[in-house]
Design a protein around this ligand. Structure first.
Ligand code: SAM
Length: 282
């Protein structure tokens, strides 16, 4: 079954009376080289199991199932269930769960569906919730090895730019705290049906056993990151005192204690310096 062939996709969808939902971020892959490459770069050996988010009509799911022990695919749109039942019928190692990825208990899912093997996440993400999904996967401290996902090219560049560089944002710092991000390859807008307005890229976040730096209070660490970037054009004494509800004088004395220049903005801080600032107050 050549599910990335545009004619096949159109035939299956029209037979099921399916119409694309823009609000669910439904842009299906029709470039035959993308899914095998994504699956290959996500799965390192046949004993690995996979969580897929938003299987659509199953084009990536099939490639993942071919290369892994088991795939659990979480799809929100009920209308795709009969389509997936057809397109995945020749696999006995795939389970489709009809749920919202943002509301599902993934610890429970991993406990129920897998038996201790390495688990990875691989998905062509719905772009309207890219950051919440990535943050949920990381913040929940799931026992997963890596997250290989298609996202908007701009988001990929932001996530993969070094912390402390001009392009970095709150998501860059958060992702680098939990994982080692790398940009794998770019994908043109014409690889999807319907074609989105933006180009895309596949990134891989490799999750180590422990975060890159030690923080005393993770929640406070993220408040520091969000506060610093909420007013990214402002210097740290202004952005942090507003965001943390601490006087400017206290922020200045903290920066002085940590030898961080008071003229710095969020995008100039290293991951270690974010951790030092958080640990100073908590
Ligand atoms: N994997 C398919 C492909 O590559 O052709 C489809 C990818 S499409 C960009 C995103 C998919 O995510 C759609 O199937 C959409 O219905 C599904 N989706 C959207 N929001 C979701 C959510 N909150 N939870 C789970 N799936 C969701």
């Amino acid at each position: 079954m050549q599910l990335s062939h545009i004619g096949t996709v159109k035939e299956i969808l029209s037979r099921h009376g399916f119409s694309f939902s823009k609000s669910l971020g439904q842009n299906f892959l029709i470039n035959p080289s993308v899914c095998p490459k994504m699956a290959e770069m996500s799965i390192c050996d046949k004993n690995v199991s996979v969580i897929e988010i938003g299987p659509g009509i199953g084009v990536l799911t099939r490639e993942l199932a071919l290369r892994s022990r088991k795939v659990v695919a979480v799809e929100l749109d009920k209308r795709l269930l009969p389509v997936l039942a057809e397109t995945l019928s020749d696999f006995d190692n795939v389970k489709v769960i009809n749920a919202d990825i943002l509301n599902i208990d993934l610890h429970q899912l991993i406990k129920e569906e897998f038996s201790g093997e390495d688990v990875v996440v691989c998905a062509n993400l719905p772009y309207y919730i890219t950051s919440p999904i990535i943050m949920k996967l990381l913040e929940d401290h799931l026992p997963i090895r890596s997250i290989t996902v298609m996202v908007q090219k701009e988001t990929a560049q932001r996530i993969c730019s070094p912390v402390g560089s001009r392009l970095s944002g709150a998501i860059t710092v958060a992702v680098n705290y939990y994982s080692r991000p790398e940009l794998l390859f770019n994908v043109s807008a014409g690889s999807f049906m319907p074609a989105p307005k933006v180009d895309s890229a596949v990134i891989k976040l490799t999750v180590p056993d422990t975060p890159a730096v030690t923080v005393n209070n993770e929640k406070h660490f993220f408040t520091v990151i969000k506060s610093a970037f909420a007013q990214r054009r402002k210097t740290l004494p202004n952005s942090l005192s507003a965001g943390l509800g601490v006087s400017k004088a206290e922020i200045l004395s903290m920066l002085n204690f940590l030898s961080i220049p008071e003229t710095y903005r969020a995008e100039q801080l290293s991951l270690e310096q974010f951790a030092e600032i958080s640990n100073y107050f908590n």
